[in-house]
Design a binder for this molecule. Structure first.
Ligand SMILES: NC(=O)c1ccc[n+]([C@@H]2O[C@H](COP(=O)([O-])OP(=O)(O)OC[C@H]3O[C@@H](n4cnc5c(N)ncnc54)[C@H](O)[C@@H]3O)[C@@H](O)[C@H]2O)c1
Ligand SMILES: [Zn+2]
Length: 679
């Protein structure tokens, strides 16, 4: 690079800036990156090096000098009183030693650092006035962000009210837990929707939405890592600021350590290199911050980042292995998905040997062939993916991958519907589709038949006890008792769960049937708008498309589905078997805002007695408990709340990771009213 002429450098710099701008738009605005973070980082590093070598090429509009991207259309803008900046990066212990040297040159040797795991989500600002949440915003370009208050309110661990009536702004990382990311992508794949590249993009894509119902349906969390104006709150160090923030009831960053020197920092980074994969959220590094706020002030900022902090990035974990075969599986919509099967490798804490290849086009684009050396990594720390093959390592000519023309399960011809990349088995009786379909039908978000998991479904199919969805409701105790490992009690329990599911509201059945493009949310809207299965079955394209969220693709798919005589027969049978075919109004408990939460009531409520309030909590999915402990999720505190409220505050102050949320009566009633369970 040293021998590069200015002309060559200039054109390379231009090219890099254009590429980075392009990828920034894909990443920050569209939440759909095309390249990996490591690839982006290397473009950025090259640009930084060139700009350092050729100062005459400096430009204040270069992406090296700017944060993020401007606000997307449709959002209200929020001006940040204090800019929300990025962080400088370190990739080695050497980089950290240099950072330490620069810091000590300015502030002297008595400096302590706080290390915090770098959560891979998106930065958000939360503003409280007199203890009440008034605004949530994205970082945007650092100066102006997007107003996402309505979405932030749906995040369960963000308190709507603090334990003290203070006015503060905090910053934190909004993230999608790894398991939720996996669940969401599975659902999207099944529905033929594009996948999110990683939890960060999924979180950003969920929060940067104009409809808060989307964010609400995805289980996001926030971890607070900064108090915006610590000077106003009588704290002298960053550590104290986070302790204070936790005392207010905010989810302060808990995975942190105060280090005496940079060597201790390096050791802490090592300590977490592997362990971090066990955390419920994805992390991509460690943030190192000068703890003393007065020293932070002395160090100040560059245009893009604070001089008192640096982000150490762990190397993206990739491994090379050999592709042994490409397996084909048939999903519940009939789509045939190729899966790479390779020699087992250690990756981000586990051994992996399989990764989805999604579709034939992708395999051809990446020219992946059985026998190739391939590079694999885990997207967002959780889902294994094949990044590329290394054709230069081929020692012999390998055959190109070819999709079979018939279903690997039932032998019917495969078809490609217009515009789609997936090949599909169109045989409605294909056993593979039925198996996947039943798993989905019984799942928690669909008919919620507890106990009827993948294994029992496989056994029922194998024994020929079930051939259609309707057969589930025809099962007799005698049938079940023939099965191995099926006891009397278990059989009763299973039959009761199956029978209970008959009473589900229409949306669960609609979602469970697995109509293409009809997700959980669309099922709900359709049930609400049409009221009954009969009305929906005869709806024409026009009336379907009048429903918000229903586009031509979904409307078409619904029409086709109900036009199918075997579907009509199935619905008829389900009706005869006593399944409810109507929308039952208010949300069912398992979707309720308190679903899975342990709730404690205390104090006096003005508008409801304790018993009534408890009934609402239960109707909305919560479990009422009488005492406050670390396991409590929500405390509803009325007037004159005493020892339970004190206990809750104590827990929040002493457990930085506690997610306990304190609601007053007004907030509680607002949730109850939004869910429509109050008369
Ligand atoms: N793949 C792509 O196309 C593409 C495009 C643009 C950016 N990127 C990725 O984004 C990065 C640059 O983005 P950036 O400017 O947001 O910088 P960054 O993500 O490297 O670092 C700054 C951010 O870290 C976050 N953070 C997490 N934990 C934190 C903690 N404990 N304390 C402080 N901050 C914490 C904050 O949100 C902060 O804004 C790149 O390194 C790259 O990985 C990728
Ligand atoms: Zn088939």
């Amino acid at each position: 690079m040293m021998s590069m002429t200015l002309e060559v450098a200039k054109s390379r710099v231009k090219e890099l800036r254009e590429q980075i701008e392009y990828h920034n738009r894909r990443y920050y605005l569209e939440d759909k990156p095309e390249i990996t973070d490591a690839e982006w980082d290397s473009l950025m590093r090259e640009l930084l090096q060139l700009e350092a070598m050729y100062p005459e090429l400096a430009d204040p509009t270069s992406p090296t000098q700017r944060v993020g991207a401007p606000v997307a259309e449709g959002f209200t803008k929020v001006e940040h009183e204090i800019p929300m900046l990025s962080l400088a990066n370190a990739y080695s212990a050497g980089d950290l030693l240099e950072f330490d040297k620069r810091v000590r040159q300015v502030v002297g040797d008595a400096v302590r650092y706080v290390c915090e795991l770098k959560i891979d989500g998106l930065a958000v600002s939360l503003r409280y006035e007199n203890g009440v949440l008034v605004q949530g915003a994205t970082r945007g370009d650092g100066e102006v962000g997007e107003d996402i208050t309505a979405n932030i309110r749906t995040i369960r661990n963000v308190p709507l009210q603090l334990s003290e009536p203070v006015s503060i702004e905090v910053r934190g990382e909004a993230y999608m837990p790894k398991r939720e990311f996996a669940r969401l992508n599975e659902l999207r794949e099944a529905q033929g929707e594009p996948l999110f590249a990683n939890p960060r993009n999924a979180a950003a894509g969920s929060l940067r939405q104009l409809d808060p119902a989307i964010a609400a349906s995805r289980r996001l969390g926030v971890i607070v890592y900064q108090l915006a104006q610590p000077g106003e709150h009588a704290v002298e160090t960053h550590s104290e600021a986070l302790t204070y923030v936790a005392r207010l009831g905010l989810p302060a960053h808990g995975e942190r350590k105060l280090c005496r020197d940079i060597e201790e920092v390096v050791a802490y980074i090592e300590e977490w290199a592997e362990r971090r994969h066990q955390l419920p959220y994805a992390t991509d590094g460690m943030v190192i911050k000068v703890d003393d706020l007065a020293l932070q002030d002395e160090l100040g900022f560059t245009a893009k980042s604070p001089r008192w902090a640096i982000a150490y990035k762990y190397a993206a974990e990739q491994a090379e292995t050999t592709l042994r075969s490409i397996e084909l599986t048939v999903g519940r919509t009939g789509a045939v998905t190729p899966t790479a099967v390779f020699d087992p490798v250690q990756l981000a804490g586990t051994t992996v040997s399989r990764a989805s290849l999604h579709n034939e086009d992708l395999i051809r684009e990446k020219d992946i062939r059985v026998g190739d050396v391939i590079v694999v990594q885990k997207a967002g720390d959780i889902i294994p993916e094949v990044i590329r093959a290394l054709p230069e390592r081929r020692t012999e000519e390998l055959p190109m991958f070819r999709m079979p023309t018939t279903c690997p399960q039932c032998g019917s011809p495969l078809q490609k519907l217009n515009g789609e990349v997936a090949w599909r088995c169109m045989n409605p009786e294909c056993p593979a589709m039925l198996r996947e379909g039943l798993i989905h039908f019984a799942s928690r978000d669909a008919m919620n038949i507890e106990g009827l998991g993948e294994q029992w479904i496989a056994i029922l199919l194998e024994r020929g006890l079930v051939r259609t969805y309707a057969d589930l409701y025809r099962l007799k105790k005698g049938d079940l008792l023939q099965l191995e490992r099926m006891g009397d009690k278990l059989a009763d329990k299973l039959l009761r769960a199956i029978s209970d599911s008959k009473r589900n509201s229409l949306e669960r059945l609609l979602f469970g049937l697995g109509i293409r493009h009809v997700g959980e949310k669309a099922a709900k809207t359709l049930a609400e708008k049409f009221g009954t299965m009969d009305a929906l079955m005869v709806a024409d394209m026009d009336s379907l498309m009048q429903v918000s969220d229903v586009g031509p693709k979904m409307a078409e798919s619904i029409r086709l589905y109900f036009a199918n005589p075997s579907v009509q027969q199935l619905i008829g049978e389900l009706k005869e078997l006593g399944l409810n075919m109507e929308y039952l109004g208010a949300r069912s408990a398992a979707d309720g805002p308190f679903a899975g939460k342990t709730v404690v009531l205390t104090g006096v409520l003005a508008e409801a007695d304790r018993k009534q309030a408890a009934a609402w909590v239960e109707q909305l999915g919560g479990k009422v408990s009488s005492s406050v402990s670390v396991k409590t999720d929500i405390l509803i505190a009325g007037e004159k709340a005493g020892s339970k409220l004190a206990k809750a505050r104590e827990i929040l102050a002493t457990h930085p990771n506690a997610t306990l949320q304190i609601l007053d009566e007004a907030e509680f009633l607002r949730i109850v009213d939004e869910a429509g369970v109050r008369g």
